[in-house]
Design a protein. Structure first.
Length: 311
């Protein structure tokens, strides 16, 4: 993220705009610290996350066109553009805790010498009429779907603007886990589905409850149902993110085997498993069962919706 220049004026605006949110929701008294949290937490995901999928298709990542839904202040988008990727972002610039982000993203584009003024558009994921059908090779978002008004419409629009043979990647929190990332507090999976109860819970934790109304309590089951209705021109997968060395490695084995990825040169153990059909089948079954158990018992903080659109 060192490639992004954030002048003091814009930095102060971001800090001032998040002062109440940082205190009421995050429990961070020093809003300068909160700036560091959001700045360091947004980096270009293309080189880090998508390269393996793009390599699977034999394409060059730099030649593709990307859409980021929920670009925020533009940190991730600008980082990607500076690394040579063709990225367009959208941001509504409204919503509790998100006011003014679109305008500040435009300013950041300018001070970082990005001449394309249309690199970020002011619109919502539910209404992307500014883009034609089949405009992008990759559509992605990170920690956005829990903030939208209608997940089904967002996925439908994302599918509409996605090209044939395109790739969609949506990361979101799992509210059937023991952690809530916005409030940064211990969460009670399954017990806090009701928002009235959730509001009472965050008040007992000493936080303001108004932000609960801005959230959709996303879970793998919910997204599976919605994606099944909308994403019909290809195949989608739900891939959980598990913390810790043991659970993380088991999830990684399941991830590579489930998606049948070939680009595994730096994953020798997984490469070994794929060379034997029986070992591959056995490993996929065992890792799949363990991952489902980990998810069921609340150890999955976040998960990814991955969708490959047919040609």
């Amino acid at each position: 993220m060192n490639s992004i220049f954030v002048p003091d004026e814009i930095r102060h605006k971001i800090i001032a705009g998040n002062k109440i949110f940082a205190k009421d929701i995050r429990g961070i008294q020093d809003s300068k610290k909160f700036f560091n949290v959001i700045f360091e937490g947004q980096k270009c995901p293309i080189a880090d996350v998508f390269i393996r999928f793009i390599n699977e298709q034999g394409r060059n990542a730099v030649d593709l066109k990307y859409l980021e839904i929920g670009a925020g202040y533009g940190f991730s988008m600008i980082d990607c553009i500076k690394k040579g990727f063709n990225v367009i972002g959208i941001e509504p610039g409204s919503g509790e805790g998100f006011e003014g982000r679109y305008e500040l993203a435009k300013e950041l584009l300018a001070v970082n010498s990005i001449e394309n003024v249309d690199a970020i558009r002011e619109c919502t994921g539910e209404d992307m009429d500014c883009f034609h059908d089949a405009s992008f090779d990759v559509v992605y978002s990170s920690a956005v779907l829990e903030h939208v008004r209608n997940i089904e419409k967002v996925l439908s629009e994302a599918d509409r603007v996605l090209k044939k043979n395109g790739f969609m990647y949506m990361n979101m929190p799992n509210y059937n886990s023991f952690y809530e990332g916005h409030y940064r507090i211990f969460w009670l999976p399954y017990l806090l589905k009701n928002k009235k109860i959730a509001k009472l819970y965050v008040r007992l934790k000493g936080r303001k409850d108004y932000f609960i109304d801005e959230l959709i309590f996303t879970t793998p089951g919910m997204i599976k149902r919605i994606a099944g209705k909308v994403l019909k021109e290809g195949k989608f997968y739900l891939v959980p993110h598990l913390d810790g060395i043991v659970m993380g490695n088991i999830a990684r084995v399941y991830f590579y085997l489930k998606l049948n990825l070939k680009d595994i040169k730096d994953r020798r153990f997984i490469a070994f498993l794929t060379h034997n059909k029986f070992l591959r089948f056995l490993s996929l079954c065992i890792s799949g069962i363990l991952v489902k158990i980990f998810v069921l018992f609340g150890f999955c903080r976040s998960f990814n919706l991955i969708y490959f659109k047919r040609q």
